[in-house]
Write a protein that binds this ligand. Structure first.
Ligand SMILES: [Zn+2]
Length: 220
């Protein structure tokens, strides 16, 4: 067997052993009672950014959407259907109370959106990715002058954070979200995960900036 799949298979066998020894009852109760997560989160598909790992949550606690660049397109976008379905399920069926948009450092999707056309390692045009990321490219274009004033090392982070704010803003193009936020039944949050530092920053709407989540987390 190839080494990669072997590692995955060994991981499954460890899960299965733990299931039989300890966590079987927990999963059986989840199966019987169904899921009742109070939080929904969208994060990037990036393999390094796993919401359950970052928040140390168990199965059943968070409803998770993942896509390239943790992108919520505007509801009217032709590319929004998968996100629309997941948002409707999270709000109308699960009635989650919190929705988190989680972006991250070193996001390849955001870098692709900055270039407007995604080119693969062999120089191939990656049209599907480009069309998807155009939802962001259009929002990035007017910010180019502002970004140019920043140190080049900080420009990616600037756009990664803009991507989070953009997704938060686009959530209001979904009527069920807008209504629940206005009714105080749903709270929106923006998080930025710095992979190298293992640190979360939280979007602070009044200052239009990001603050350390470490302090906020201790106050909850
Ligand atoms: Zn990413």
């Amino acid at each position: 067997m190839d080494k990669t799949l072997q590692s995955i298979a060994q991981g499954y066998l460890r899960f299965r052993a733990e299931f039989l020894a300890e966590s079987g009852d927990f999963y059986r109760s989840l199966a019987e009672q169904g899921q009742k997560p109070r939080v929904a989160i969208i994060s990037c598909s990036d393999s390094r950014v796993d919401p359950a790992v970052i928040t140390n949550t168990k199965p059943g606690e968070m409803f998770v959407l993942r896509n390239v660049a943790n992108l919520i397109p505007e509801r009217s976008s032709e590319t929004a259907w998968g996100v629309r379905a997941a948002l409707q399920f999270a709000t109308e069926v699960l009635e989650v109370q919190h929705f988190v948009v989680c972006g991250h450092s070193g996001c390849g999707g955001i870098q692709g959106a900055r270039r407007n056309q995604v080119i693969g390692p062999q120089g191939q045009h990656l049209e599907d990715l480009s069309v998807w990321l155009r939802n962001l490219s259009e929002k990035f274009a007017p910010l180019e002058e502002q970004a140019k004033e920043l140190d080049p090392d900080l420009q990616d982070e600037f756009y990664e954070k803009v991507g989070i704010i953009n997704s938060l803003g686009n959530l209001f193009t979904f009527p069920e979200i807008e209504r629940r936020v206005k009714e105080g039944k749903l709270h929106l949050h923006g998080w930025y995960f710095d992979i190298k530092r293992g640190e979360l920053l939280a979007y602070d709407a009044p200052s239009y900036g990001f603050v350390s989540f470490d302090t906020l987390a201790k106050e909850f």
